[in-house]
Design a protein around this ligand. Structure first.
Ligand code: GDP
Ligand code: MN
Length: 349
């Protein structure tokens, strides 16, 4: 049923007219876009491509989240790009503010210090709230309660390849809980104590950790689990299980991290936070590399290099980021998915 509060004025009929009914056994899934009103053009740029490459065939809904009220302009201009339902949520202030245990004076000093050292986003306060929200809260937003899977989209990203199958159905049928397309190493100055904090969590909860042949840990350390190599999935693209993020083990993990204040005293990104959880608590077989999804978030692109995957794409495979030193795709192939055949030679100049 149409919730009148979501809509407004004379645009109501138009948006209502566009609504589609999902087939009965459709996977419960949605796109999730965290954005400011000022991101409208970038959001539409990304949505246009999501629709053209995939969603005009599958009509999964969009959930937009913001710590401020979305403007009517934002709602109309995003809803008009899709036949699918669009929902607009406001983030509860308690999830976008300082928890009581944070010393805000110390947090400000840390920002100043990181800014002086030219660490990317090191001086930004909103960026920290954003990273903490993406790490620990978005999946608990009431608008996502009814969904099993999410696909994160950010403003200004590009999708290059036609996706002609239902990605969410594939995740579900394959038993996958996390899917990625770009991976790289983190700037360690943003996460000096994240690894030791995660290790303390493992000591507290050894039962949460996957070990042995199923383990993804070899991907995140190069020295037999002593130190973190910084490898993480680039979380501006994620297709994942909301049930995993809502699980007790993930929430325990997030709360353990949050108690240390590292989101504010350092500048922990949600990408390494999610990735360490995935690497510790999911099995290899539950994580999928979407090699077929050509994708760009500035400045990095994943463009499939295999000729059969290139067919429906308009990216240049020579710009594929996977084989550079900064990428973690090679480690993935060598240590996690040795059976994977990648045509790396083909596109080496
Ligand atoms: P980057 O990709 O790490 O450079 O960071 P972005 O600026 O793209 O931010 C990551 C995501 O969070 C994007 O979806 C942004 O739209 C969103 N975002 C960042 N800062 C804010 C903010 O202050 N408010 C809201 N509502 N969204 C934000
Ligand atoms: Mn971004």
């Amino acid at each position: 049923p149409l919730d009148n509060n979501r809509w407004f004025g004379n645009k109501l009929d138009i948006i209502d007219f566009q609504k589609v009914k999902q087939p009965k056994n459709h996977v419960k899934a949605a796109f999730v876009i965290l954005a400011r009103n000022s991101d409208l053009t970038g959001v539409r740029f990304a949505m246009r491509q999501v629709e053209d490459r995939f969603n005009s065939k599958f009509n999964y809904p969009y959930v937009f989240l913001n710590e401020q009220d979305f403007t009517n302009e934002f709602k109309v201009a995003t809803a008009s790009l899709t036949k699918a339902n669009t929902f607009y949520g406001k983030i509860d202030e308690s999830m976008w503010s300082y928890p009581d245990h944070i010393n805000q004076t110390h947090a400000a000093e840390c920002r100043k210090d990181m800014s002086d050292r030219n660490i990317i986003y090191g001086g930004s306060e909103p960026y920290r709230h954003m990273c903490r929200y993406q790490s620990g809260f978005f999946f608990r937003h009431p608008l996502l309660n009814e969904y099993e899977y999410y696909w994160r989209v950010e403003p200004d990203v590009q999708y290059f390849c036609d996706i002609d199958y239902d990605v969410f159905q594939m995740m579900k049928d394959g038993g996958y809980k996390y899917g990625w397309t770009v991976s790289l190493t983190e700037y360690m100055d943003t996460i000096p104590t994240l690894w030791e904090t995660a290790q303390k969590f493992i000591e507290k909860h050894p039962e949460y950790v996957i070990r042995g042949d199923d383990s993804l840990m070899p991907w995140i350390t190069d020295d037999n689990f002593i130190s973190y190599n910084g490898c993480h999935f680039w979380s501006n693209f994620e297709i994942g299980s909301l049930d995993f993020l809502r699980s007790k083990k993930y929430i325990d993990y997030f709360e353990h991290l949050d108690q240390t204040g590292g989101f504010f005293y350092e500048r922990w990104g949600d990408a390494p936070v999610h990735s360490l959880a995935v690497a510790m608590m999911l099995k290899k077989s539950e994580v999928h590399f979407f090699n077929d999804i050509g994708y760009k978030h500035n400045p990095l692109m994943h463009c499939p290099t295999e000729p059969y995957l290139q067919e429906g794409c308009h990216c240049n495979p020579r710009e594929n980021f996977d084989w550079t030193g900064w990428s973690c795709a090679t480690r993935w192939r060598q240590r996690i998915d040795a059976n994977m055949v990648w045509d790396e030679q083909l596109y080496k100049e």
